[in-house]
Design a protein around this ligand. Structure first.
Ligand SMILES: Nc1ncnc2c1ncn2[C@@H]1O[C@H](COP(=O)(O)OP(=O)(O)OP(=O)(O)O)[C@@H](O)[C@H]1O
Length: 221
């Protein structure tokens, strides 16, 4: 579902070049879940953004669902992202002026793959049935993140990329959200790449990798 081949990334800063990723290789198969750990500033978010095609590497190739991103122009890349990719961030990034059902369906409508039965099922699984007409500000942090998970899964993505999805939640909400996320990932058989600082959050995932000094090492299989 995801293949990263020899990915390198260097940022130019006023202090000089910052080499963040150095020839990273990684493959993620359908239904596989992988935790990405590493110290603050080690490049986890950068790698996730490159995997999502939101940021370009200086060197190397990203393929999503068998399609090399470099072989596509920007509109085709955007289409692939909308149809195959679910993104979840620490900040929920819901649209404040849209109600629950419109936030949930946003990406699927843009991708023209909205399925109202699937959306209703997701709302139920997320514990948000009956809240369709509510706006994000009327929801708790945990409910907002569950809605963001629903929005990402409403397109039935092949690949889900999550950057500290429970980082903004208290421990109890984090556990609920994580359990729900992993259950839905299993149900939809999508591949999951999740950035986390927490070994406890990483534990239920299939594999764990650590980024250190630009290199990726598998720490648990
Ligand atoms: N656009 C940019 N320009 C310059 N430097 C950048 C840019 N984006 C990221 N960096 C630098 O690249 C390094 C890696 O950043 P990144 O956000 O990927 O780390 P991270 O492992 O996700 O950190 P954290 O755990 O704190 O979120 C950092 O030193 C950061 O300052």
């Amino acid at each position: 579902m995801l293949a990263l081949h020899q990915i390198s990334k260097t940022f130019s800063t006023p202090q000089g070049s910052l080499h963040v990723l150095n020839e990273i290789n990684l493959t993620l198969s359908q239904g596989e879940s992988l935790a990405l750990m590493g110290e603050s500033g080690s490049g986890k978010s950068t790698l996730l953004h490159i995997a999502a095609g939101l940021e370009m590497p200086n060197q190397g190739e990203v393929a999503i669902a068998g399609q090399a991103l470099s072989s596509l122009n920007e509109p085709a890349r955007a289409r692939l992202r909308r149809q195959q990719l679910g993104l979840i961030f620490q900040q929920f990034h819901l649209v404040p002026s849209l109600n629950v059902i419109d936030n949930l369906s946003l990406q699927a409508r843009l991708a023209r793959t909205e399925n109202t039965e699937w959306s209703a099922y997701l709302l139920d699984r997320l514990g948000l049935s009956g809240r369709e007409e509510h706006y994000p500000e009327q929801l708790s942090g945990g409910q907002q993140q569950r809605l963001a998970i629903g929005r990402a899964l409403a397109v039935r993505p092949a690949l889900l990329l999550a950057d500290e999805p429970t980082g903004n939640l208290d421990e109890q909400s984090a556990d609920t959200v994580l359990t729900l996320l992993l259950d839905l990932v299993k149900e939809t058989q999508c591949a999951l790449l999740m950035v986390t600082h927490s070994a406890r959050v990483a534990a239920p995932l299939n594999r764990t990798f650590r980024l250190h000094l630009g290199q990726l090492k598998e720490t648990r299989q």
